[in-house]
Write a protein that binds this ligand. Sequence first.
Ligand code: ZN
Length: 397
Amino acid sequence: MLKRLSIFLICFLLLGCSNDVYSVIKQDKKVAINYPVTNIGVLDEAISSYVNKNYSKFKCQKKSCEFNVSYTYNELNDNVINIGLNTFINDKTTVNKIKTFTYDKKTKKFLTMENIVKDLDALDYDIKKRLLEKYREADMDFLSDFNYDYFTIDDQNLTIYFNPAEIKGNNNIIYLDIPLNSLDLLIDNQITNNTYIDLKKKNIDSSSKVVALTFDDGPSKYTDQILKILNKHKACATFFIVGNKVPFYKKTLTKMIKNGNEIGNHSYSHRWLNKLPENEFKNDINQAQNTIKKYTGFTPVLFRPTYGGYSDKLKSYTDLTFVLWDVDSRDWKVKNKTDIFNNIISNVKNGSIVLMHDNHKYAVDALDDVLFKLENDGYEFVTVSELLEIKKLRENE
Ligand code: ZN
């Protein structure tokens, strides 16, 4: 008992031990691994060992290799968590896999579909009917050994995956959304929606000397520190966030918006989107839009392509405005505050967009000095949307 209590205290005092996201994004290798850390031993162990097993097989055997783990996370009520892991591997072969977990903190057990839906026979019947509507022409052989091992639940749908093991080539995962309001559930579903909010409007003067700071790949445990430093200087920035991390940083993101910062879309999964077909690209960025809207109340209008890869074709798939940068801090590469400072200060000019990252501490270390210097040089800090507005005003002058 004493041991358990002391572990709890250490956890509480030193580490915070709140839910978090394990996140590794390697810009040069096109590796992005994001998954939730719930502080539930068996669940975290199951997730990390599944991911590690897959990552250990990744050898990057061709130039366009990519490894991506993305997830969905939903708390169905105070006790039940549902997590879906989506693994995409482009190596010697291309593989797409789904793995899902549903865990009840109260009973300390993993849940199966039998624990979730009252009438499985009715569900079976409903699934077959809906599959015929959705995949009229498709070969439905997969139904012969179909089970309910793979499913996710959000505030609207129960989603069932039919071929979640390794799918090679360009085949998509076959899934079916069943609206929750058509089901008799054995668990409470208390997911609630936010009210919608808008950014604070600043008075924009097109003659000001302005700079827009941007942070990619967050939110993370470093984002709060960045918000604090920005606040100290009465500065603002634009955060291009990865959608799947959003459920863990609701407070940070709400504060972000309240303080006059802007949120942009940096995809849901951090997949290399440039080569994706239109429907997959749209699915990914719409999933990010919906998640950001659901948890923060804010709807992004800006998009920053992952790994900086984009094309005119990609741009035509969305109404979101693509935003790149002209000043690269190279923070993830140089990893020290002096180089980050120099990379920014020696290249910045009136109207610049500066690229940094808030998924590591390097930008945090450099930010205070950077802001002091820019202030002294007469810069005003604006969000990217404000900067675009200023550029439009300047063009018309
Ligand atoms: Zn990125």
